[in-house]
Write a protein that binds this ligand. Structure first.
Ligand code: ANZ
Ligand code: ZN
Length: 873
């Protein structure tokens, strides 16, 4: 090989070795410890971005390290290939989503390969292929028969111009993203997974996941949102409502029942409809307009939480269940129809939303709990008003605390049959019907006489035609009789195939299990293989998937367990959520006040003498640009850096080293040209030292028993690096500090003598250590260096180095010597010297003699291994 570091050549050679040896193809090996290392699979959007490269490098470092620990490591890769971007690209370029997707996959696969990832490509899974989604359809039919999947009406965003259903993110300020039309809410039949039946288990088994970040578990707990509360009925005031009945609410604060001063219902609540009939025409029109407005807004919950609270009164009243007092009924936009009972008892003194609403509309506020803020609830709202505390102004319940009041009020309500404790979840059933083309067809046939009939197993898969170019107006499948015309599997009559496809979160909910037996054609997974590999030992991906993807995957794993396909309860034992990749942003303000963003690659940064950034200029025109601060790499800020450019210019090892050195994996990583330069420079040093050593001829073995002091120091540096890197990589995933330890070692090795055979044998051990410690991070250069150091077996099959404890022992220690607390010198003492011997050496030190001349030594303090302080006066 060349004297100079030539990554292109080195990387090609290593990769072709791994390919030809099928180095990363694994099979089940009974008796050998397995390690399943999984990175979240990519959506084939076109090309890899920096976030992918970081994600897959982290996974690869862990996988390669585990292999060096002697584990049988599975690291697979695949494609989350269905989804909306393919349809959008199809419409824009008039090319079928399938073609676009497969081309992207081919390109991105070549990019992944150039990174040198230790992936078992024989297990590649592509979710848009019938041999994959066939099993998803199979599970669907099983679950449909079991009742775990059912059909009911669901609310969707309807674009009346494009005549199509839009996803929440396609609704911008209440209008369709393409048509600009005002979006309506529509009720259409959809299929639902009964995830709520697993809510309790999804919550409680989070406690069995010590290897997950606490933050992610908290997000999941909040999303599932278990709350214990009470269902309370407020009897109708018959005079105003005109009929008997009761309005039900769900409350988590039944202790505040005596503080309810009004009730509020959602726009879709039956009482809102009754109010319309009772109001005079002008008022009814006003209420109708408000109801329409509420119904329009997006269906996203986040929008509802943040919007301004608004409402209208009605002429209706309900009766307080305990006092019989008449409470006015309002229609309010902050009450959701599909949560709880679609109605709330409003307690403005102790609930912030009710407080805001009551303040706006002049409704009474009645404090009934003594909080740390006192007995009153004056404006502005304070979080303390929401605290639990002793009841006041609550008659017979006064003085009770929260649990006492909860129970006493439940008893009082039960006596009147107007209330009951109940546990409720925020989690809703998972609606998976999408009125879209590029997704997995829902395997149901609608028969006029038999109803919804699941497609029988021997007629699966229901294949999605791949040559369709959607036009943006409605689902293409619904316009293809050749797709939907069919006969009923039960009675044979003419029937219609379902034309909706599944939410693409379904495919990513079980791919991790399919990798265990990717070509198995007798079932969704081969249970033996699945149980051999699962659960995943280490899952790595972005924090943006903390809630939905991880929750759905956990849910699917339990569904598959209950089908007898897997035996574990949870799919991912350890989870690492990688930080964002961020970069500086640059812009110029345009004439109309907007911003033009410039890519960091097109900008030259100016620095002062201390390397502080003082300005930036666009390379093309030399004129200044504004510096906008570091942000997540994104299209909108044009601050994405193409990883391919970095790989092409510096090689994969430099790219991997930069990514792993710049910050620990769970923290954000700031892109920097100088960081990449630094990584490249370091690899060149490793290469140079390695070549010089190899060219001088390989030395004989090291004679550990006869090392001189300087050689002992070098060997100590080698084993300190092993110790540090083993802790950092193995226990904490702190690859950055592990690399720092190797850098420290390199500094020592470069300065070490190379005069004798013993010197050279020592350098040999040092370089072997560098190759091994870097092998998971920069596998190509390590592969070549290891080979050149005389090893017949590749470095991927080498063991992670072990610390030689003898090498760490220091024969002598250097201690600090102080006189009256002031540093006066250093002494060298044998590492095993007694306290007395240390003291004696210190007293003989010439500086000590000088600074204690004429004084009496009163006390000598010895801190073993560190210092000696002599107190004299
Ligand atoms: C009275 C009350 C007093 C409440 C108080 C809170 C504080 P979680 O924990 O999320 O389940 N709520 C119930 N149904 C609702 C709906 N459809 N739309 C909007 N809000 C609704 O919250 C339950 C609480 O959310 C309930 O307890 C109710 O307000 C409100 F000092 O009832 B509470
Ligand atoms: Zn039929």
């Amino acid at each position: 090989m060349h004297e100079n570091y030539q990554p292109r050549e080195i990387e090609a050679a290593a990769q072709s070795h791994w390919d030809s040896q099928k180095s990363f193809v694994v099979s089940e090996q009974p008796g050998k410890d397995t390690f399943y290392c999984l990175s979240m699979f990519p959506y084939p959007s076109g090309k890899l971005h920096m976030g992918h490269v970081r994600n897959y490098t982290i996974g690869d470092v862990i996988a390669r390290y585990q292999r060096m620990q002697g584990k049988n490591v599975l690291q697979p890769m695949g494609w989350d290939a269905f989804g909306m971007p393919a349809e959008n690209a199809a419409m824009k370029n008039n090319v079928a989503p399938a073609k676009w997707t497969y081309e992207n996959i081919a390109y991105m696969k070549s990019q992944l390969k150039s990174l040198g990832l230790a992936i078992d490509w024989s297990r590649e899974v592509t979710t848009c292929k019938p041999d994959y989604y066939r099993w998803e359809q199979w599970l669907f039919t099983r679950l449909f028969e079991k009742g775990v999947i059912y059909r009911k009406n669901g609310t969707v965003n309807w674009d009346p111009v494009d005549q199509t259903v839009l996803a929440n993110e396609q609704v911008i300020d209440g209008r369709g993203w393409r048509s600009g039309a005002l979006i309506e809410k529509r009720e259409i039949p959809m299929y639902y997974f009964k995830i709520t039946a697993y809510a309790d288990e999804l919550l409680s088994s989070l406690d069995d996941l010590p290897g997950w970040p606490e933050q992610v578990k908290t997000m999941q707990r909040n999303w599932i949102g278990k709350s214990r509360g009470m269902e309370v009925s407020f009897p109708y005031d018959q005079a105003s409502i005109g009929q008997a009945g009761a309005m039900k609410v769900f409350t988590t604060r039944p202790d505040t029942l005596m503080g309810a001063t009004y009730v509020a219902v959602a726009a879709e609540h039956p009482l809102a409809a009754i109010a319309l009939q009772k109001l005079p025409a002008d008022k009814a029109a006003e209420l109708q307009a408000f109801i329409d407005e509420c119904k329009r807004g997006g269906v996203a919950e986040a929008d509802i939480a943040t919007q301004e609270k608004k409402g209208l009164p009605t002429p209706l009243f309900v009766e307080h269940p305990l006092t019989g007092e008449k409470l006015p009924v309002w229609v309010a936009n902050y009450v959701l129809m599909n949560y709880g009972e679609g109605a709330v008892m409003a307690v403005p003194a102790h609930d912030e939303r009710d407080f805001e609403f009551a303040a706006k509309y002049g409704l009474p506020v009645k404090p009934v709990v003594r909080t740390s803020a006192g007995d009153e609830t004056p404006a502005p709202w304070q979080p303390a008003y929401g605290e639990h505390g002793q009841l006041i102004n609550s008659g017979e319940f006064d003085g009770l605390d929260f649990p006492g009041a909860f129970d006493a009020i439940e008893v009082a309500l039960q006596k009147k049959s107007l209330g009951q404790a109940r546990t409720q979840f925020r989690l809703r059933d998972w609606g998976i019907s999408r009125q879209r083309y590029w997704g997995c067809p829902i395997p149901i046939i609608h028969c006029p006489s038999c109803g919804d009939v699941p497609v029988p197993e021997d007629q699966l898969p229901v294949v999605l035609p791949e040559d369709v170019v959607p036009d943006g107006a409605g689902s293409p499948l619904a316009k293809m009789p050749e797709f939907y015309e069919c006969s009923c599997p039960k009675c044979g009559a003419a029937a219609k195939r379902e034309t909706d496809t599944m939410d693409t979160f379904v495919e990513s909910s079980w791919y991790f299990a399919r990798y265990a037996s990717p070509t198995y054609d007798k079932g969704m997974v081969d249970p033996a293989a699945a149980n051999h590999w699962l659960p995943v030992d280490q899952y790595i991906g972005g924090i943006e998937h903390a809630i939905l993807h991880l929750l759905y995957a956990r849910f699917f794993h339990k569904l598959m367990r209950d089908e007898g396909l897997v035996s574990s309860d949870e799919p991912f034992k350890n989870l690492l959520t990688q930080g964002m990749v961020v970069a500086e942003t640059y812009y110029r303000t345009t004439a109309n006040g907007g911003k033009d963003w410039f890519n960091p690659a097109d900008v030259e940064v100016e620095r002062d003498a201390k390397a502080k950034v003082i300005g930036a200029r666009l390379k093309s025109d030399g004129q200044p640009v504004e510096i906008g601060g570091t942000e997540k790499m994104s299209k909108s800020k044009n601050n994405g850096v193409d990883p391919q450019a970095m790989i092409d210019a510096y090689g994969a090892d430099t790219c991997r080293l930069f990514m792993m050195f710049a910050s620990p994996p769970d923290m954000s990583l700031e892109w920097s040209d100088s960081g990449v330069e630094g990584a490249s420079r370091f690899l060149r040093r490793v290469w140079r030292l390695g070549q010089a050593h190899v060219n001088a001829g390989l030395p004989g073995g090291l004679d550990k028993a006869s090392l001189n002091d300087a050689q002992k120091e070098v060997r100590r540096a080698i084993h300190l690096a092993i110790k540090q890197a083993s802790q950092d990589v193995g226990q904490h995933h702190k690859f950055n500090t592990a690399i720092a330890a190797v850098m420290t070692l390199m500094n020592v090795l470069e300065k070490a003598a190379q005069d004798t055979d013993q010197d050279r044998a020592l350098l040999h051990e040092g370089l072997e250590t560098v190759a091994l410690l870097l092998a998971p991070i920069t596998p190509h250069i390590s592969h070549e260096l290891w080979r050149e150091l005389g090893h017949a077996d590749p470095v991927i099959d080498a063991s992670w180095p072990k610390v030689d404890a003898d090498a760490l022992v220091q024969d002598s220690l250097q201690l600090v010597v102080q006189v009256n607390g002031k540093l006066r010198g250093h002494i060298d003492v044998p590492a095993d010297a007694s306290r007395e011997a240390v003291e004696a050496t210190a007293r003989e030190n010439e500086n000590v003699l000088r600074f204690t001349e004429g004084l009496t030594i009163r006390k000598v303090i010895v801190v073993p291994g560190k210092l000696v302080n002599i107190v004299a006066n």
